[in-house]
Design a protein around this ligand. Sequence first.
Ligand code: NAP
Ligand code: G3H
Length: 475
Amino acid sequence: MMTQYKNYVNGEWKTSANEIKIYAPASGEELGSVPAMTPEEVDHVYASARAALPAWRALSYVERAAYLHKVADILVRDAEKIGLVLAKEVAKGYKSAVSEVVRTADIIRYAAEEGVRLSGEVLEGGSFEAASKKKIAVVRREPVGLVLAISPFNYPINLAGSKIAPALIGGNVVAFKPPTQGSISGLVLAEAFVEAGIPAGVFNTITGKGSVIGDYIVEHPAVNFINFTGSTPVGERIGRLAGMRPIMLELGGKDSAIVLEDADLALAAKNIVAGAFGYSGQRCTAVKRVLVMESVADELAELVREQVLKLTIGDPLEDADITPLIDTAAADFVEGLVKDAADKGATALTDIKRDGNLICPILFDKVTTDMRLAWEEPFGPVLPFLRVKSIEEAIEISNQSEYGLQASIFTRNYPRAFSIAEKLEVGTVHINNKTQRGTDNFPFLGAKKSGAGVQGVKYSIEAMTTLKSVVFDIE
Ligand code: NAP
Ligand code: G3H
């Protein structure tokens, strides 16, 4: 019999009247079912969480950290078991799935450690009118309250842990909504919090389709902070619904790898292939276009092509590099971008092949700015090369994107790289490396339609806590 997964609400595992069946994208195997929560059930989640808030925020940092350390230990202990669930549910290579679990444990532990080092500050008056010399402000951090954490299908566990742990250590209570395709993994993550003995109501889960319950869970007045990772359209909608409440949005990207004439082309090719095709391109930080100087374009394209041809294609459980995309709509979307580029004259350097939702890696040269592939995020294994004549043109094309997540620059000239980095409208620039989120204590943010707010353990804690200033006069 299929496993009927349950939500964890106020210290109890709960079913709902309706269930959503979850199938493995790669094999079609039925993996189990998750509850489709009703609005009334969501009300209960939020009421329970708010009831648990006073006792949780009253704990010391070290007490809250102890729970998180236990969760991290459990995740490491069960990394292979959880990794297998994840690999099947989102068609992620097994080793990468296990790494995602371990990376989540690392983030949770780091959040616990960062929390115990949090401190406030004391400010002295006297910097404005002379009479204010007597004033002292004691500035402390307080939790924002109830945090709604929403993770995407491509990192249902890791991009949950990176929200939940900083929220909890800051004294907040959490309602966690995993992606529907990824919700079994999310509920397995919840099991670690339960085993760690997290008090009832402090950590709760909500499953159900975003298209059905999304607006309700976001608009609900019980929620104080929405921490979302996912697509730009959904993020924009959440932004509108959030009203005056603080939010963190980590959204889509169209990261450029800019390759200059003096680059180490072998190094650039290795990073471009890893950056573009890891998890079949289903990463917000994937290299999504190469802006290469005309004079080295042929050589770079050949180096990249050689490596693309070596990528393994097939089963996530056998650790193939390229695995089926998350669903048919995703594969259809990629096919549409590929067709548009081919019809408009881009040169395919690899075979264009699709089998169901499995799309073989595709490399296009001579993509031009009238093609959709120059601007749209495929979230699949297709990489366009755009040839440029100057650094200025590379910067201009990069900045014309509606997105602004990250960029890479490949050059041996560091001063020049810094000068280009200054001009790029993105959150992070990598020099001689692929675009990527880590390491997880670094700030991670997107400009323009790539997001709002700053992730990264310390930054996430700061975002999900607020300052309270108590001012008094001395004699
Ligand atoms: P998505 O469709 O936007 O879904 C993300 C999450 O939002 C899921 O849990 C989804 O639940 C939920 N959701 C859907 N509609 C909602 C609504 N109206 N209100 C509240 N929640 C709602 O994104 P995805 O397909 O999972 O992920 C791919 C996208 O995420 C890409 O664009 C990628 O670039 C972006 N991403 C960005 C980052 C980053 O850090 N910048 C990281 C990872 C992914 P359901 O599954 O139930 O619909
Ligand atoms: O998909 C978006 C993630 O934030 C990317 O993380 O660069 O570690 O794969 P990553």
